[in-house]
Design a protein around this ligand. Sequence first.
Ligand SMILES: *Cc1c(COP(=O)(O)O)cnc(C)c1O
Length: 227
Amino acid sequence: MNRRDELAANLAAVRARMDRAAVSAGRSPAELTLVAITKTFPASDVALLAELGVEDVGENRAQEAAAKHEVVGSPPRWHFVGSLQRNKAALVASFADVVHSVDRPELVPALDRARQQPLDVLIQISLDDSPGRGGADPGDALGLAGLVAASEQLRLRGLMAVAPLGADPAPAFAKLAEVAGRIRAEHPDATWISAGMSGDLEAAVAAGATHVRVGTALLGRREPPVR
Ligand SMILES: *Cc1c(COP(=O)(O)O)cnc(C)c1O
């Protein structure tokens, strides 16, 4: 099979999973957005996915993402889902349409200042106690949301999270939904919940996810990082 056919088959399978998950949760498949996570894969794969109808792609490293954006351009919409350093905020703001990973106050002015037009932003919250995987403490989410909402160019769209490793994702996604409800009570436009990956998208959709971030199931296994 050539790469295009392989990606087309994987895409059909992922979309079928999303549709089934939506229907079993009593939701419309139209409520779900697939963000194809293309990290470590070449720009040519991003271009093929776009040709196959994928409208949203996501990356987790600023330089790698910027380089692929140079090649592929927009559309597709570019989502930044990785942990963000303040000194990379301007680079990310130069190509991203959506940043999923705002998890501390200092990132808000850094992104805002770098932008001349609106940028969609999600607050990333942490769903486990192990530090290092990124995400704000759920108790800090409302404060961060307020900072984003008060900025010039950033549009608060909702929340993002990654389920804890090696545990049942359902309670974590339920917690995310609860925090999302509290944010929405003060910020009615913050309706997006970015949750669910190749292994747990069904649980995320059952808990109300609007954006699923799928890498492996679409593109195949990633090579382990070179050290
Ligand atoms: C890599 C990554 C994904 C995709 O994970 P898969 O298990 O390959 O589907 C989703 N979200 C984030 C933040 C990631 O870094």
